[in-house]
Design a protein around this ligand. Structure first.
Ligand SMILES: Nc1ncnc2c1ncn2[C@@H]1O[C@H](COP(=O)(O)OP(=O)(O)O)[C@@H](O)[C@H]1O
Length: 170
């Protein structure tokens, strides 16, 4: 079974993936699978441009976790969308050295539920779990993911409302 661990940059994907890896779960980063599909590097936005359709079409599913902000586009059996309140997300990204424009762009995308909306275009709602990492430690987040992956129980989607951050500099 393949689980996609997705979310806006800074929501904690790689942090949580390392916790899951330390627990013996196979984890892979999208970066490790994208090499052949890199079209160019956009220096101005400091972003790699990927042929996303070709990457998705050629992807061979893994038994474990695939982590990255595009992994919800893959044919995963389960999708975990990590969330973080936009002002806290902005602080995490600033600490990482992102310039203000990129910080605001990501905070706005998070306030808009952009990745969750994309995930819902590809996967049934019952296969998607949303976890707010704003105030939850990584071990507890990893526990929730493990329980979600193991359970066959129907799942209810809970979505935080961060519309107050829309259009606001954070
Ligand atoms: N509760 C939390 N859960 C996950 N990450 C957190 C949390 N609190 C602070 N952080 C920090 O936020 C950053 C998240 O970065 P990272 O895991 O690389 O995110 P992503 O892979 O989604 O870009 C890390 O520096 C991590 O230490």
């Amino acid at each position: 079974m393949m689980t996609a661990l997705t979310g806006t940059p800074g929501t904690g994907k790689s942090t949580i993936a390392s916790v899951l890896r330390a627990r013996g779960i196979q984890t892979l980063s999208q970066k490790e699978t994208m090499g052949p599909y890199l079209l160019e590097h956009d220096a101005e936005r400091d972003t790699d441009i990927i042929d996303e359709d070709a990457w998705v079409d050629a992807f061979v599913p893994v038994d474990g976790i695939i982590e990255g902000h595009l992994t919800h586009l893959l044919p995963a059996d389960r999708v975990v969308v990590l969330r973080c309140r936009p002002d806290i997300l902005a602080a995490r990204l600033r600490e990482r050295g992102y310039h203000d424009e990129k910080v605001q762009e990501n905070a706005e995308a998070e306030a808009l539920d952009a990745i969750l909306i994309e995930a819902l275009e590809v996967h049934p709602e019952t296969h998607i779990m949303v976890i707010d990492t704003t105030e939850q430690n990584p071990e507890d987040t990893a526990d929730e993911i493990e329980a979600f992956i193991r359970s066959d129980a129907p799942h209810t989607l809970t979505v935080p409302d961060w519309s107050e951050f829309l259009g606001r500099h954070v």
